[in-house]
Write a protein that binds this ligand. Structure first.
Ligand SMILES: [Zn+2]
Length: 399
């Protein structure tokens, strides 16, 4: 069953920018005279040195070559490698030109800014939208605070080399930052999503990026969509984690969801300057206490599973019972990705605990199905599980 939205259940987290604001934001992109420290290093692909006065300065790479649809900010050596990837010869997925066939729309939320809504009923496991970022950056690019935040010159220089369409798309996104932060870095920081610009999941979370459509989605603590960055296609994707009704708001999670409400809210306030009023955050009394307890227990258990530190149970059924219970907690909290993680890490833990191999195989298959529904058939986790399942089946048949 799908959830129908409760009015006001999702926060105005990344709403709209007015036309006047947009015009003034675009004007701030012009950098002249002494402020222009950039130097063009190559035209095809276009690579621009951010600060020619600085040895080893970061650079801006505009992609796909000749189109300047998005900019990747990183150091030169890494950018030269990225520029040679064959993916730039493939057409980038874009929303259907006919709005009728589009499965989402960007619309005013009930009492908040903009949000993303389903234009028809969506099935769990459906790809809702897929697109390339307009801005992508290595998180740890070292620059002075004055250049990145106060006057934003570094980011302004990067953005002004984009094609006009991408520039306008980026600067029409919401800026939640206070006025002492320049509008360009403010807009970027408000809208960053994590990018895995590595063949395997990037555990260090080294890259972030902004998307014209994906960055519009609001947050909920039991979101109905999962954001996934697909490295092979270099696209951000939203997958329906459960059935979504026509006109229901499509939401994702901005913060660590397996944490009690107090912690989630503090995190969202610190990083995105809003107080979450989603249906999970609106719970009170015993219901809130139970939700907080389930999420706290999930956090503890997943940490134990991820670090392979589950204590040895006196019988294999003890471990199985605990993990089944944890799956129930994740299901009650409507956290499908965490269910997939419990199934995946749990299958390893069950092997260690001496659980029968056919039960372990069943857990791997269930994990594969959930990862397929939340990240797609081509995801790293699905491919990794396919290998494990094949291996486990070979071992079972050999017995
Ligand atoms: Zn919430």
């Amino acid at each position: 069953m799908s959830d129908h939205p409760v009015p006001g259940s999702v926060c105005d987290t990344r709403g709209s920018t007015s036309v006047t604001e947009l015009e003034s934001a675009l004007q701030t992109l012009s950098v002249t005279g002494d402020d222009d420290t950039t130097r063009i290093l190559s035209e095809h692909p276009r690579i621009v040195l951010a600060d020619s006065r600085l040895k080893g300065s970061p650079c801006f790479l505009y992609l796909p070559p000749g189109k300047n649809e998005f900019v990747l900010v990183d150091y030169l050596k890494s950018l030269r490698t990225v520029a040679s990837w064959p993916v730039w010869n493939q057409p980038a997925p874009s929303p259907p030109s006919d709005p009728e066939s589009c499965s989402y729309r960007i619309d005013m939320a009930f009492d908040k800014g903009l949000g993303m809504y389903a234009t028809r009923a969506l099935k769990a496991g459906e790809l809702i939208v897929e697109e390339r970022p307009v801005y992508a950056m290595r998180r740890q690019i070292i620059r002075g605070e004055d250049q990145t935040h106060e006057n934003g010159i570094f980011h302004r220089n990067a953005v002004r080399g984009l094609c006009p369409k991408s520039r306008a798309a980026l600067m029409s996104l919401k800026n939640s930052y206070p006025p002492d932060v320049h509008v360009v870095p403010g807009t970027l920081c408000t809208n960053y999503l994590q990018l895995d610009i590595t063949p395997e999941p990037d555990v260090m979370n080294e890259f972030v990026g902004c998307f014209p459509v994906l960055s519009r989605a609001n947050h909920a603590c039991s979101p109905n969509a999962n954001y996934y960055f697909s490295f092979p296609s270099f696209t951000g994707q939203f997958w329906a984690m459960r059935d979504i009704a026509k006109d229901e708001e499509i939401t994702i999670g901005y913060c660590r969801l397996i944490a009690p409400r107090r912690q989630r809210q503090a995190d969202l306030r610190d990083r995105f300057f809003f107080t979450c009023t989603c249906s999970t955050c609106l719970l009170s009394g015993e219901q809130l206490a139970q939700s907080d307890e389930r999420r706290t227990k999930l956090e503890k258990l997943l940490t134990t599973l991820e670090t392979n530190s589950m204590p040895k149970f006196s019988s294999p059924t003890g471990a199985l019972q605990l993990l089944e219970k944890a799956l129930g907690w994740a299901q009650q909290e409507k956290l499908a990705v965490h269910q997939a993680q419990i199934l995946f890490y749990g299958s390893n833990a069950l092997t260690v605990q001496g659980t029968s191999p056919d039960v372990v195989l069943d857990w791997m298959k269930r994990a594969r199905e959930l990862f397929k529904d939340t990240e797609g058939e081509r995801s790293y986790n699905v491919r990794r599980l396919d290998d494990s399942i094949q291996f486990a089946e070979r071992m079972l048949y050999r017995r």
